[in-house]
Write a new protein. Structure first.
Length: 136
């Protein structure tokens, strides 16, 4: 997270932003944000940050509160003060002790295939289901 301490844009503590925020660099939220965020880099939600949106980013670092889903291309980090209600899809997930999370987690391991199919194939279940004529 240290490399994103100096984010391109910051929504500071005590600030409230509602709307669409599309950014080429990284964004740090220490205030309150509700709307739509898209970034090609990292989204950092600091301890005082409160965000209500679905996030699509390269990396997401959550120390504050998020209501919404995360789709990260590289990594999601939830620190001990992180609170989240929503689903996560990412190749790498790091959770600290103390995190509160309610939602579904899909860890892709960097694979393009659906994680369910990867596990079923590894177990040999997909072939057995096909043999029995049961859709997977």
């Amino acid at each position: 997270m240290a490399r994103y301490e100096n984010a391109n844009s910051v929504i500071g503590e005590g600030s409230i932003f509602e709307g669409k925020f599309y950014i080429a660099g990284s964004l740090r939220v220490d205030g309150k944000f509700e709307g739509d965020i898209r970034t090609e880099e990292a989204l950092v939600v600091g301890e005082t940050g409160k965000v209500k949106t679905n996030i699509n980013a390269k990396e997401v670092h959550l120390s504050g509160t998020l209501i919404g889903d995360i789709e990260a291309k590289e990594e999601v980090r939830l620190s001990e003060s992180g609170r989240m209600l929503g689903d996560i899809t990412t190749p790498v997930l790091n959770l600290s002790k103390g995190v509160v999370l309610k939602g579904n987690v899909n860890i892709t391991g960097g694979q393009k295939k659906d994680p369910k199919k990867i596990v079923e194939e590894a177990f040999g279940l997909a072939k057995e289901l096909d043999r029995k004529g049961i859709p997977g």
